[in-house]
Design a protein around this ligand. Structure first.
Ligand code: C5P
Length: 238
């Protein structure tokens, strides 16, 4: 698969429609619906995107007690999306509950089960911040690798991390465990609030299984040109 996933971080469905209208029918990127858009537009945004033949990464980053996560994931499993997320820090029982809920929901709805991805450390988090605020006393790649192993052991299909950590994750989990990477910037872009950023080509070289690109495309003067530039760099780096 190895997709370029476009993050639709917009405040309502109307803006999404206007944004996607720029793209020709031949461009069918996977799109990411995050908290902002989902909380504003609700599940109807998923139907709209499916009608447009777009595959969906529903990034709601669940983190709660296992029972609550299982029930919530059952609902997300019914939606026929390609990818969903939980925070690995929620622990073994919570990740396993997410898996169960997701599989139950997709069975009930008769749709293919979404792949379950676990957030390791957010790409906006630095090592110093992680150590000071989470009282984690190891370095950042070790923490990410540990959370990836935990996620794999409890039924996740992959993780979200910075591409900088993909080599240690794949070393710990094997080549089939997915590393999906946000924190992507074209060389000329600003980093905004992201800390652990890489270019699409660097991500591909590091073993990325898919990149998530938001502002480098959505805030570009010409988003279609920016998307194709990301795609070209990503393909060249593979
Ligand atoms: O605009 P930008 O390319 O920084 O957007 C990155 C997207 O990826 C955002 O939607 C953000 O929520 C998401 N993300 C992230 N870091 C993670 C997980 C998800 O930046 N660890």
């Amino acid at each position: 698969m190895r997709p370029v996933i476009m993050a639709l971080d917009f405040e309502n469905q109307q803006i999404v429609r206007e944004f996607l209208a720029h793209f020709p029918a031949t461009d069918r990127p996977m799109v990411k619906v995050g908290m902002e858009l989902f909380y504003a537009a609700g599940p109807s945004i998923l139907r709209t995107l499916r009608q447009d033949k777009l595959q969906i990464f529903l990034d709601l980053k669940l983190y709660d007690i296992p029972h609550t996560v299982e029930r919530a994931m059952r609902q997300l499993g019914r939606q026929g999306v390609a990818l969903v997320t939980v925070h690995a820090a929620g622990g073994a029982a919570m990740i396993a509950a997410a898996r169960r809920g997701l599989d139950q929901g997709s069975r009930e709805a008769g749709v293919a089960p979404a792949k379950l991805l676990a957030i390791t450390q957010l790409t906006s988090t630095t090592e110093a911040q992680m150590q000071a605020e989470q009282l984690v006393n190891v370095d950042l790649p070790t923490s990410v690798q540990h959370l990836a192993r935990l996620a794999q052991a409890n039924g996740a299909d992959g993780v979200i991390a910075s591409a900088l950590e993909d080599p240690v994750i794949h070393a710990a989990t094997g080549p089939d465990f997915l590393c999906i990477n946000p924190g992507i910037r074209l060389a000329a872009d600003t980093t905004d609030d992201q800390q652990r950023v890489v270019t699409p080509a660097q991500a591909a070289c590091l073993g990325s299984d898919g990149i998530v690109v938001g502002r480098s495309i959505t805030q570009a003067a010409d988003p279609v040109v920016a998307y194709h530039q990301v795609l070209a760099e990503w393909e060249a780096g593979k």
